[in-house]
Design a protein. Sequence first.
Length: 288
Amino acid sequence: MNPTLAFDANLMAAQKSILPFAVKHNLTDNPLFEIPRLLELQKALPQDRTLYYPGDVEVNTDRKTIPATGLTPEETIRQIRDCKSWMAVRNVELDPTYRGLVEQTLESAQPTLANAAPGMTRPQGWIFITSPGSISPYHFDPEHNFLLQIRGTKVIHVFDPSDRSIVSEEELERYYASGGMMGKLEYREEFEKKGFTFVMKPGDGVYIPVMAPHWVKVEDEVSVSFSITYYSDEILRRDRVYRLNARLRRVGITPAPYGRHPLRDGLKHSMIASFLEAKRLLGGGRHV
C-alpha cells in the first residue's frame, strides 16, 4: 500500500498555510515504525541524529536547559514505557528505505503542497518515541510540518504564528538572527484560549505551520509519531528578511514586520542574497 496523506486541499489553499488543520494517513501498520526496526534505524544513523530528553517537564521549560537522562539511546528505546523520556530520531531520510517513505508520503499530496508553498525543498523525516505522560515543551520550528500519529495518543496544542500577542516580531527576529539558537520562547497559560487542540490517535495527524508555537503531551500509552518537514521559497525569503530586521533593530531602527510590505521585503531579501553571494565568492562562510 502506497503511503498517503489525506486532508482538505481547499482548506490549505484558502488559509495559505497559516493555521493548523487535521490530516489522515495510512502509515499506522507500516513495519518501519515497529520498535525493533526503530532500534535498528537509530543504531545505523550517525550518533548526533538522535536526541533524547526527560519527558517529566513543564510546558514552559527551556528545552536547552533540560538535563540528560543518563540512559543511552538503546536503553531509552528499550525502556520507553517506564523511563519517562522522549526520543527524536532525526533525518531518517539518510536511510534509503525511510527516505523513500518520506518522499512517497509527500508525493501523495504534491500538487496541493506545491500550490500552497511553491519551491518545496529539503524534505526531512523525524520519528518521535515517547513515554506515557511525557511533555514536549512549548517551542516553534522553521519548517512546514506534518506530524502523523502511529501509535498511542498524543495531544498537541498549536497556536497561530501570525498572532503577535502570542509570538512577537522581536522573538522571531532573535530566532532567525541566532540561527535557531535563541533561548526559551515565552509561554503564558492565557494563550490556551486562542490555541487549536488536536487529539491524535493512530491514523490521525496535524499540519503545523511554519513558526507556529506548539507543545505536546502524550497520554497513557507509549507514543510513536512520524514528522515530515520541508522548506519552501517563502521560508528562505522569511529567514533573510528577519535576519536583516534584527540587524536594523540593533542599530535603533524599528523595521516593518515581515509580510506587511511585500515589495520592501523583496528588497531586503535581495540585499541579503547579494551580500551572501558576495561573501561566498570571496570565500567566506556558508551560502544560506
